[in-house]
Design a protein around this ligand. Structure first.
Ligand code: NAD
Length: 475
């Protein structure tokens, strides 16, 4: 069985007490890797290593250009080791290999390249004042960053945090999710191989509550906490961070609404709507899990959507033809299944969807779900979608905005004016018009309400990972 250790101060190590946990392959439901199980002791070691590297090491003192060079070398190694990284995520959490290799590896490398370039090239403001003084801004590294990540896009979401933190001169302690530990250790090995100094990028493994995750968020020697995960966990982490007055960025859950107006180009709307909910077996914070279709085209849309969903290939995630793998773990399968088992009880009607041997739920489409059905209101994080008709623009805007989540929404229409008007009215962090999941790394990414606090991307990441300092010059 493969072993994945903590990477602290440039060394891959086991836990002090040699405690380990197993990572279960959700397709075989057998352990495929053994992982060091950290606790408060490893949290202390990792934070101390990151602190030393920040206070005494070369990384924060290097030019941004030199950091850019090393981070680009790191990105090259990520691409070179793409198959190993992709297989680690696929075996850890069941993501189809075509997605982990075809999408996530490339996006991870791209995130390191983008933030390295951004930190090197970003201008800083100079403000000429009436008094004749000039004020300029210095973006100085914040210090030791703790990054806590979920399991649904392991390496890719980790890179969203680690890349800007490193590019701006910080040092990092990353705790990947316990269900997807392997790729983080591989990334840390590659960072060392790229020449990123010891102690700059540390990885510790373990659980959240009463474990290494909690110890990291309560640690007094941490300067930033960046977290992606469930909204309930986000609240716990925000409370822990407030005890030490540590700025925290929270990317949390979602209940993405997907609104299809009668004038939309139907092929395009169906095709994106399928990808929006069934990519990664619906285990996507942005998943379009509640679809609203204008009544004139409701029946046609549902027919086309069900036809496309029923053709999706469900199976072994290591097989290149598979589009939907198993759910990520036994615990998560039980959660998603509890929604599957209560569709009729909650007043909905299932058009397609079945449970298969193992931790599989096939694409499941529900109609007639009442307003308050949990399937329409709660984040299921699985391949289960409701489709509901609507009549007017005002009605659907109210419906979209009624959710306590506000991460994203999709909108399909050929009416340009309506596209702008409705985009402005939605209370969410991102609106996709006639598309889904397209990202510009300079744009803000984040949510309102239960979906989070703060934004990632370009200058938004810079604001979080630096201490901007004003220097006022008399000339
Ligand atoms: P989770 O909250 O259960 O766990 C996320 C991470 O937090 C894990 O590493 C876990 O070990 C750690 N953790 C848990 N409790 C902790 C504690 N008390 N202290 C410190 N660390 C703790 O989330 P998950 O199940 O891994 O991920 C799925 C969730 O993530 C979904 O709600 C999804 O919407 C959300 N998500 C959001 C985004 C976004 O960008 N907004 C992206 C991906 C996933």
């Amino acid at each position: 069985m493969e072993f994945f250790g903590h990477v602290i101060d440039g060394q891959e190590i086991r836990s002090a007490s040699d405690r380990v946990f197993q990572s279960i392959d959700p397709y075989t439901r057998e352990p495929w890797a053994e992982v060091a199980l950290g606790g408060a002791e490893e949290a202390d070691l990792a934070v101390a290593a990151a602190r030393r590297a920040f206070d005494e090491g070369p990384w924060p003192r290097m030019t941004a250009g030199k950091r850019r060079e090393l981070l680009n070398r790191f990105a090259d190694l990520i691409v070179e080791h793409g198959e190993e990284l992709a297989m680690a995520d696929t075996r850890d959490m069941g993501k189809p290999i075509t997605q982990s290799l075809g999408n996530d590896v490339a996006r991870t490398a791209q995130n390191f390249r983008f933030f390295a370039d951004h930190a090197h090239l970003a201008p800083a403001e100079v403000l000429p004042m009436d008094t004749g003084h000039h004020t300029y801004t210095r973006y100085e590294a914040a210090g030791v960053v703790v990054a806590i990540a979920p399991w649904n896009f392991p390496m890719m979401l980790e890179s969203w945090k680690v890349a800007p933190a490193l590019a701006w001169g910080n040092t990092v302690v990353l705790k990947p999710a316990e269900d997807s530990p392997a790729s983080a250790t591989i990334l840390a090995r590659l960072a060392l191989e790229a020449g990123i100094p010891a102690g700059v990028f540390n990885v510790v493994h373990g659980y959240g509550p009463d474990s290494v995750g909690e110890a990291l968020t309560q640690h007094p020697d941490v300067d930033r906490i960046t977290f992606t995960g469930e909204s309930t966990t986000g609240k716990i982490i925000a409370r822990a961070a407030s005890d030490n007055l540590v700025p925290v960025s929270l990317e949390l859950g979602g209940k993405g609404a997907n609104v299809v107006f009668a004038d939309a180009e139907l092929d395009n709307a169906v095709s994106w709507s399928i990808r929006a909910i069934f990519t990664n077996a619906g285990q996507v914070c942005l998943a379009g899990s509640r679809i609203y279709v204008q009544r004139e085209i409701f029946d046609t849309f549902v027919e086309r959507f069900v036809e496309a969903a029923s053709k999706m290939v469900v199976g072994d995630p290591k097989d290149e033809s598979t589009q939907i793998g198993p759910l990520s773990s036994g615990v998560h399968y039980t959660k998603v299944r509890s929604y599957f088992d209560t569709i009729e009880e909650a007043g909905g009607r299932k058009l397609i969807g079945e449970l298969r041997d193992g931790w599989f739920v096939t694409p499941t489409v529900i109609v007639d779900a009442p307003d308050d059905a949990p399937h329409r209101c709660e984040e299921i994080f699985g391949p289960i979608v409701t489709i509901t008709p609507f009549d007017t623009e005002e009605e659907v805007i109210d419906e979209v905005n009624s959710s306590p989540y506000g991460l994203n929404a999709m909108l399909f229409t050929d009416d340009l004016t309506r596209a702008h008007r409705v985009s402005a009215a939605f209370r969410v962090g991102t609106v996709w018009v006639n598309c889904f999941f397209i990202r510009d790394l300079r744009a803000p990414f984040g949510g309102v309400g239960l979906s989070g606090v703060g934004r990632e991307g370009g200058n938004f990441s810079r604001e979080f990972f630096t201490e901007p300092k004003a220097v006022v010059m008399q000339i």
